[in-house]
Design a protein around this ligand. Structure first.
Ligand code: FDA
Length: 308
């Protein structure tokens, strides 16, 4: 993990920085590298472009830590609208990913379960993945997942290799649950998370092997070429069916790798965020790669923010 991650997150959480970034033309331009646009049409346009290159997609209607029940119900409705359009676009291989704090996890367990189930019902057989958020949400996320898996097959969850607990959580997963394996994007204390890159990467490789051994559909979600190569070697060696595997990457990151994997015939899917609640998403992308932050800061200083 980069030593600059904590200061970057600290800075992006300052109200003054947020105002400067979220309300400026430059902020939007930088966000535009990682976010497909503000509307569902923008997201579907991005999905179609990827489809032409043999890359599947997964839509994420941006939003998290919603403040009110009304906002959570609106977020569920937005996903239901997205699913309707996905079902109409039969040619597209496209599913969705949700954040439970967008659907009411901060309000109440039952309310969140109800909203998420509403989305799952609208999804029919389309897969709905649940993002894994900060460590304080993991217990509740896994409990909701368990409740949903008892009634629906089309739901899976993301697991973060940086969290120490994931090594045990993986054994408590309902059978057959699709798992997206990621390193983890949140700033966590050492008591709950591995802090060195080596540990996070080793945990990633170990978790992948466990998921394969336990026969879970697995989404290898990283842009790290070493982990991707390691995953490929492991999957070829074990003869794990490719129908149960996907490589996944984020919109706007390592497009070369995404296109390369597609050309080689590997199953690959891009996570496409869209909507106007892009600031928290952007801060995580900036923190992952401080070079993004320097670029952003220099543009802000040079352009004086260009408020819109
Ligand atoms: P790493 O950070 O080591 O990056 C490897 C290489 O990728 C870098 O050298 C660089 O080239 C490129 N790269 C990575 N991030 C970049 C950036 N921001 N800008 C430019 N280049 C960058 N996290 C989470 O906590 N919960 C979740 O549910 C999800 N969901 C999710 C879905 C999908 C499809 C992906 C790909 C990722 C997530 N993540 C996530 C994010 C994940 O935890 C992680 O923070 C990022 O993927 C970055 O880590 P990498 O594995 O790419 O490795």
């Amino acid at each position: 993990m980069s030593v600059l991650r904590a200061p970057v997150i600290w800075l992006t959480e300052r109200r003054s920085f947020r105002r400067l970034a979220a309300d400026s033309a430059i902020g939007r331009r930088v966000a535009g590298r990682f976010v497909a646009g503000e509307s569902l049409d923008d997201a579907l346009r991005a999905a179609r472009e990827l489809d032409r290159r043999g890359i599947a997609s997964m839509l994420d209607h941006l939003g998290e830590n919603a403040d009110s029940e009304a906002m959570c119900a609106d977020a569920a409705d937005a996903y239901i609208r997205a699913l309707k359009r996905i079902h109409e676009a039969e040619e597209l291989d496209c599913n969705i990913s949700v954040k439970l704090t967008q659907l009411g996890l901060d309000q109440s367990y039952g309310f969140c379960l109800e909203n998420t189930e509403r989305v799952l019902e609208a999804a029919r057989t389309t897969l709905v993945m649940i993002d894994m958020e900060a460590s304080e949400y993991v217990d509740r996320t896994l409990r909701i997942l368990g409740d949903l898996r008892a009634r629906h097959e089309n739901v899976g969850v993301a697991f973060q290799s940086m969290l120490r607990r994931t090594a045990q959580d993986v054994f408590a997963l309902p059978e057959g649950t699709p798992v997206r394996l990621v390193k983890g994007a949140y700033l966590e204390p050492e008591s709950v998370a591995h802090t060195s890159r080596g540990e996070v990467d080793r945990a990633f490789a170990h978790l992948l092997a466990t998921l394969v051994a336990r026969d879970h559909p697995v989404h290898v979600a990283t842009h790290d070429p070493r982990l991707i190569d390691g995953a490929r070697r492991h999957l070829h060696r074990t003869g794990y069916p490719w129908a149960k595997v996907e490589f996944q990457m984020l919109y706007g990151i390592r497009r070369d790798l995404q296109v390369g994997l597609a050309r080689e015939g590997y199953p690959i899917r891009t996570y496409i965020p869209y909507g106007n609640q892009w600031y928290p998403y952007l801060t995580r992308r900036l923190a992952e790669r401080p070079a993004n932050m320097w670029f952003f800061a220099s543009q802000l200083v040079r352009g004086g923010g260009g408020k819109t």
